[in-house]
Design a protein around this ligand. Structure first.
Ligand code: G3P
Ligand code: CA
Length: 251
């Protein structure tokens, strides 16, 4: 990932939960498909099990993406392995276990860049230290291999204290973007939902030397929204449609 202030030649592509348009989101297979597409980074959301294992999953609950139900935090890792992920995008019958973060690192090693989203666990910064330890164990604690993103400033502050050399992105929730705040924070990149992105926002953040990474919350409008914000020269996309994004960037 390029975090220097720049004129944007070509936006970067971050595979949002892997190639989730072709396989169960946040699974090793979804990330393998994305890696074959040669994206700039694999985007991963983390959750913590009851016995403190970091797993790759977006939701706090396993209801939407697996054949089980309940909160991740109420299961041990071994118990979670009883369940299988399901396809939520295409509604097809595909099954695969929930991956531990470690399994993703074992699978891709230094061949990929990991753009990891952290969050608070029960209101506390509990996942940051074990995450750093795991990255260290796999030789991945280097900005060449990893960047962090979070909606939680507390989590980002903790990460900055622990590993100041790794780039951080402050995410803003849809409808809660605050340009004045975004311009002032110390982080090199800002993550904004597409609806909140305008030419003024992009220009003012670029003037502050900050990158603009765009995410989407509506699959139905994602492609048209991406086409709109592409005109503003944003720096990266958390995309659910890698193929479409690649084509758009080549136009
Ligand atoms: O991490 C960028 C984007 O993924 C934020 O939204 O809810 O999909 O994690 P969410
Ligand atoms: Ca995310």
């Amino acid at each position: 990932m390029n975090i220097e202030p720049k004129l944007v030649d070509k936006a970067e592509i971050y595979a949002h939960r892997g190639a989730n348009d072709r396989f169960n989101e946040s699974t090793v297979t979804a990330y393998e498909i994305a890696a074959r597409d040669e994206v700039d980074a694999l985007e991963l959301d983390l959750r913590m099990t009851e016995d403190d294992e970091l797993i790759v999953m977006h939701d706090a609950s396993i209801d939407r993406t697996t054949n089980g139900s309940g909160q991740v935090s109420d299961y041990t890792f071994e118990e979670l392995m009883e369940f299988e992920t399901i396809e939520v995008f295409q509604q097809e019958e595909k099954r695969e276990a929930i991956p531990a973060l470690e399994e993703v690192f074992q699978t891709f090693g230094k061949n990929e860049h990991y753009y990891i989203e952290t969050r608070l666990v029960n209101g506390k910064t509990e996942m940051e230290k074990p995450l750093i330890e795991l990255l260290k164990a796999y030789g991945l604690l280097d900005k060449q291999y990893v960047s962090f993103q979070s909606f939680s400033e507390e989590s980002l502050e903790k990460l900055q204290d622990l590993v100041p050399s790794i780039p951080l992105t402050l995410l803003f929730k849809k409808g809660e973007f605050n340009l004045q705040k975004a311009k002032k924070v110390a982080y090199p990149a800002i993550g904004i939902e597409a609806n909140d992105v305008s030419l003024q926002v992009v220009n003012e953040l670029h003037q502050q030397g900050k990158e603009v990474h765009v995410y989407f919350t509506d699959l139905a409008t994602q492609k048209q929204e991406q086409k709109r914000v592409q005109q503003y020269d944003v720096d990266g996309y958390f995309t659910d449609f890698i193929g479409y994004t690649k084509k758009l960037l080549e136009e």
